[in-house]
Write a new protein. Structure first.
Length: 159
């Protein structure tokens, strides 16, 4: 009798990884080295955010997805420098985009503040330092992490 072999059907057997073109990579990002339990990068449908080296970990750079390549300075930037969010007086502990508004970003810091930032539709053109909302936690220990509620707008959990 002929010998039959049993081979499982697999959708992954013929799959292969294809790298994007170099022009579509994000290069020359000056990221701040953060502690292990801190997020250093976040993204949503429109933006990529990371802790920037400016301000010893208290600033964020926010790039639109179209800002790939080596140069991340908007053409219309008056200072010809990558704009940042000067978010806190001390190191950022966590940050996360809103689940309901892709232009809103929540941050928390060891300076005992929670802040909500509004990012312009086209991304940052100049540095911003004024949040849409700021909450000071005077009698609390610093918030070390954030979690945005995916079912209710502007509801956060902190740890």
């Amino acid at each position: 009798p002929p010998m039959t072999s049993f081979v499982r059907d697999s959708k992954l057997r013929q799959s292969a990884v294809t790298l994007t073109k170099r022009e579509q990579h994000y290069e020359n990002l000056k990221t701040f080295q953060v502690p292990n339990d801190v997020n250093s990068i976040a993204a949503n449908s429109q933006f990529l955010a990371y802790v920037d080296t400016t301000g010893t970990g208290s600033s964020l750079a926010v790039l639109p997805h179209s800002s790939t390549g080596k140069n991340h300075v908007p053409i219309s930037s008056p200072a010809y420098a990558q704009p940042i969010i000067r978010a806190h007086g001390q190191g950022i502990q966590d940050f996360e985009f809103s689940a309901f508004n892709p232009n809103q970003l929540f941050t928390c810091s060891t300076d005992k503040t929670l802040k909500l930032w509004q990012i312009p539709e086209d991304g940052l053109l100049v540095d911003i330092s004024a949040p849409l909302l700021s909450l000071m936690l005077e009698d609390q220990s610093p918030v070390r992490g954030l979690a945005v509620n995916p079912a209710a707008a502007n509801v956060l959990a902190g740890r």
